[in-house]
Design a protein around this ligand. Structure first.
Ligand code: GUN
Length: 292
């Protein structure tokens, strides 16, 4: 079985980003600048945002971390986003999700300038994706496309089954895989919590994208011999024997699935690293569009 190693693939994206950033600096241009907004102290969100900020530093980007307490008023958050929208030195803005319950996710996403929407969540970005126009592809689906590209996997004419229909992963992933683009051109089935006989469908898949957020949901007997299995899950599962008191589990039972799959991505060390690579490629694209 081919291990779809996100460390190797993300390192390759990282190296190309370092080169492109050095070229900008050599031309006397400023560095691309990402602003990350983090609200509250959700442990997983803190880890993700810290990884994004760290990656920025490693590739030569500037980053600004804006932090707010959990009880921040929506109005105050929107005012900060407006300030970032109009700041000429900021190229990309991301607001880490999930948000506290009293803040409307839609209002926040809609308030981001689409030219700086490096998460690709704004309706303008989503509409452009659906129409096959140049856009910001949400970072996780983008990272999965980069993973498929790195390992030169054939997708054309294949049956891809996407489990999960979230705006962040499942839905944009289904659009990309069905689009007439490199590493697209699949026949796509989207499955979700109301899909009966899921196993019957996954057994027909040449490619499975597991993005439902249920630890080790995809078992070996749900996978066709030789299929490509991409695991998007990252759930913290309590485990007293682990140093941090929890372990990160994917949506795929890797031990079982690796015995039948032709290729599979591990968790950790798979899609998570590619997500950050996708975000940084979007940030550089936003910079280049704004500074032609
Ligand atoms: N929460 C989980 N995934 C993401 C992501 O890709 N971007 C943001 N902003 N929040 C997330």
């Amino acid at each position: 079985m081919l291990l779809l190693d996100g460390k190797i693939a993300s390192q390759s994206v990282k190296e190309s980003l370092i080169i492109e950033t050095k070229e900008l600096i050599a031309k006397g241009k400023r560095k691309p600048h990402l602003a990350a907004v983090l609200i509250g102290n959700n442990g997983a969100s803190e880890t993700y945002v810290a990884s994004k900020v760290k990656f920025c530093g490693e590739i030569g980007f500037t980053s600004t971390l804006v932090r707010f307490e959990n009880n921040i008023a929506e109005k105050e958050l929107l005012a900060k986003i407006e300030e970032l929208n109009t700041d000429d030195k900021i190229d990309g803005i991301l607001v880490q999700l999930p948000l506290p319950k009293h803040i409307s996710e839609a209002n926040v996403i809609n308030s981001i300038n689409p030219d700086k929407d490096v998460d690709g969540f704004h309706p303008v970005s989503v509409g452009r994706l659906v129409q096959g126009l140049d856009t910001f592809i949400p970072a996780t689906p983008y990272g999965i496309m980069l993973l498929l590209e790195h390992f030169q996997l054939t997708t054309k004419g294949k049956h891809a089954v996407v489990i999960g229909r979230s705006n962040i992963v499942g839905r944009p992933m289904s659009i990309l895989l069905s689009s007439n683009i490199p590493y697209g051109n699949c026949t796509v089935t989207i499955c979700h919590s109301h899909t009966p006989d899921l196993k019957e469908i996954t057994l027909q898949a040449d490619i499975i994208i597991a993005a439902l957020g249920r630890p080790e949901f995809v078992k070996g007997d749900m996978v066709k011999e030789g299929a490509i299995v991409i695991d998007v899950g990252i759930t913290r599962v309590d485990d007293a024997s682990a140093a941090k008191g929890y372990r990160i589990k994917g949506d795929v039972d890797f031990k079982e699935v690796s015995k039948v799959a032709g290729a599979a991505s591990p968790v950790p060390g798979g899609v998570g690293l590619m997500t950050i690579a996708g975000l940084m490629k979007n940030t550089l694209a936003a910079y280049n569009r704004r500074n032609p």
